[in-house]
Every structure is written in C-alpha cells, then in structure tokens.
Ligand binder design. Sequence first.
Ligand SMILES: Cc1cc2nc3c(=O)[nH]c(=O)nc-3n(C[C@H](O)[C@H](O)[C@H](O)COP(=O)(O)O)c2cc1C
Length: 167
Amino acid sequence: MKKITEYSQGDDNKKLRKILGQFATGVAIVTTFGQDEKPCGITINSLTSVSLDPPLLLFCLSKSSGTLNAFKANSYFAINILDGEQKSISKDFARPNFDKFSNVDWDISQHKCPILYGNIATIECKKTNEFDGGDHIIILGEIINASGHESHDPLIYHNGAYKKIHI
Ligand SMILES: Cc1cc2nc3c(=O)[nH]c(=O)nc-3n(C[C@H](O)[C@H](O)[C@H](O)COP(=O)(O)O)c2cc1C
C-alpha cells in the first residue's frame, strides 16, 4: 500500500509531524506555579508512564514554551488528564501569551499545583530529573499521589485533530 506522506532525515519536519500524528494519544494539561506566584500550565500529549516501582512518569516540554522557567524552577507539577468535553480548555492551554486559567475553575493541590475541575485524572509529581531532548526538555517526575475517574471518556488527539471516543 502506497503511503501518502514519506519522510527522510533532512526533509521538512512538517511531514514528520504528520506521520507521528498517526499515534493517537490522550491530552493532559501539566501545571505548576511560576516564580511570580501565578498559576501556569501547558497542553501536552507527550505524557508517558515510565515505571511503577518507583512510580515515575515523564513529559516533554518545548524549550520555547513560556512555561519553561516555571517548570525548571518548581520541584512539583500536576498532570490533569482531560475529559472528552474539555477540548476548549485544551485549546486555551495551547495558546501562548493567553490568560489560560480565565475559563476554567481550579483548585490548589497538596504540593501547591493548580488542579483543573472536570478532569478525569489528577497526578501530582515531584520532579526528579530533567534531560535534554533536542528542542524539548524531558521532565521526569515521581508520582506522589493520584486520583482518577473510571467511567469518563477521555479527550483524544490524532492526526492534528481532537476526537472523542466512547469507552
Ligand atoms: C494536543 C496538543 C498536544 C501538545 N503537546 C505538547 C507537548 O507535549 N509538549 C510541548 O511542549 N508542547 C505541546 N503542545 C504545544 C503547547 O501546548 C503550546 O505550544 C503551548 O501551550 C504554547 O504556550 P506556552 O508558550 O505558554 O507554553 C501541544 C499542543 C496540543 C494542542
């Protein structure tokens, strides 16, 4: 079967993005507080479960993100896994230079991370390491506490578009 998009090293990376976009993922918002005491967060789909013993996860953060300094400075962060109904919140948190917390209710967790109402799971982490990952940094965190719903449908991202699935 002929593939529609093909990529070789050195080609336009838009093609690569399209091919990697075939990997369907959930969507999460990772949050922390900035040094100015303002809540801060970013939409991600690079969340990966790494280890259960000890409990570790990672996400990749663009070096050009406006949130980079906050995540570098703060030892704690929270992962908010989004519900299928939270597409507009995902879009808000993917907008640079935007008051991202203006359209969502939120609370503060035990280790002082913003927690978004309506998410399907909350995972609070202590940052244990940062690695260089090209134009991103890879942030590894140990899970301190987590809670989740069992019966909610997640928001999905695939091929550059949001989708909902009914599980
Ligand atoms: C579905 C989706 C997934 C994304 N995943 C990531 C990611 O894993 N890492 C990242 O750095 N940016 C990711 N982005 C892009 C950022 O959300 C966006 O560039 C960022 O929020 C810009 O605002 P900032 O400069 O305040 O961070 C994603 C965007 C979308 C829509």
